[in-house]
Design a binder for this molecule. Sequence first.
Ligand code: BG6
Length: 485
Amino acid sequence: PLNEPFDLVLFGSTGDLATRKLLPALFSLHFDERLPSDWRLIALFRRQHDDFLDALQKSIMSKHSFDDKTVKTKWNAFIKHIVTFSFDATEPGNYGELKQVVDQKPNVNTIFYLATPSALYGKIASGLAKAHINTPNSRIVLEKPIGSNLESAVKINQLVCRHFKEHQIFRIDHYLGKETVQNLLVLRFANTIFESQWNQKYIDNIQITISETLGVEERAEFYDHVGALRDMGQNHLLQLLCIVAMEPPARFTPDAVRDEKVKVLRALRTLTDQDVHKKVVRGQYASGISNGNAVEGYLDEEGVDPSSETETYVAMKVEIDNWRWAGVPFYLRTGKRLVHRACEIVVHFKEVPHSIFDLQHKNTMANKLVFRLQPDEGIRLMLCEKKRGPGVSVRSTELSLSPDYLNRKRVPDAYERLLGDVISNNQTLFVRQDELIAAWDWLDPILKHWDESEQGPESYIAGSWGPAAATLLLAKDGRLWDETC
Ligand code: BG6
């Protein structure tokens, strides 16, 4: 239960993230009556936006199919909690004014939510401290990507940590809020049958795919400085990898879980220049057909530098140097403008050591455990069974664990879960400083190699499965990418 009164001070309220994900999630919590009666959203934006509430209402209504009559009443109650405030984070005087707004409600927990470029995080943290707005009970939420390489991430963290203690800092990675990711933890650590097989003895390889059909949309200017590796690889892909690969934590507490995740990141095999060349593929979409519509290439998108070498696709082979995973490759990929939207973690088990049956489709017969996060959620286990009828031929079958909440009208969004966790002060699903730094530390050689390389990203047709080099990456190991559908 989210009982305690709070103020949510949102920096970057008119940004894509706030209107598309964060504020609809806040509305959902309100709609389900999960918020306390006493809360405020202090929405900050640089320029006054008269149509802020209209735009927000539109975004919320398009996202959820709420029952019409209730939604109006709920919306009217929701906006009574919103205070809008014109604010420039680089303007020291503005912090004094913000303090006055915050001080109108003493004794509530203040949550500062930074949905701005991370280069501003240090400035905002020190502005809040200088104006004495933050207290030992305040929380600060930091959106990803934090920094653009190891050096900048370390610096931003140092600046924020001058004014906020680690237990006050919530580094958000919304993939950790997805229901199936949490279900993966339960499946692994609450069932004897899986954990006993979860190692190099029985697992051949693990694949993680996050594919999107969207292009850069309205975020070209931001995205062109970031690219797929920083936007999705450094955080979502590596976090999913940690959840699959971590050792069982001793208990389900924030630090016990994060202690195990950081060990995975520290055990990732360091990539040399040669390795980056062999094990990491970057691509950039060219024009093509996406969802039945002709779409332009990345370089023709408005706001993109026409000579940009920013990658919109990345695939990599990652190895973990520890006892559990020795010799088991993890193949990770993500990209924009791919065939369809999907997110899957697929655990490929080894074939039986000696087959007594005649397997017609040998490649498809090894067991597979599929965690599907998107577009729908569910878990499937692929097994072999006898084909009915005379003789003994074997075919593959599927055990499906479709979560019962899928029958409900509205599936809770990841941001809803995580926002609830910030309000109730639970850091389990948030990234700790050491995890963030370990992830950047591992990625830095890739970024450096790309910076120095004369070869840019390989082009791929929009609506395809990405560059040919990504197929080769697995083909070299005698494997294929999973077909997500
Ligand atoms: C964000 C990225 O973190 O995740 C976006 O910045 C991406 O580029 C988005 O589109 C995908 O999230 P989801 O939950 O829609 O898969």
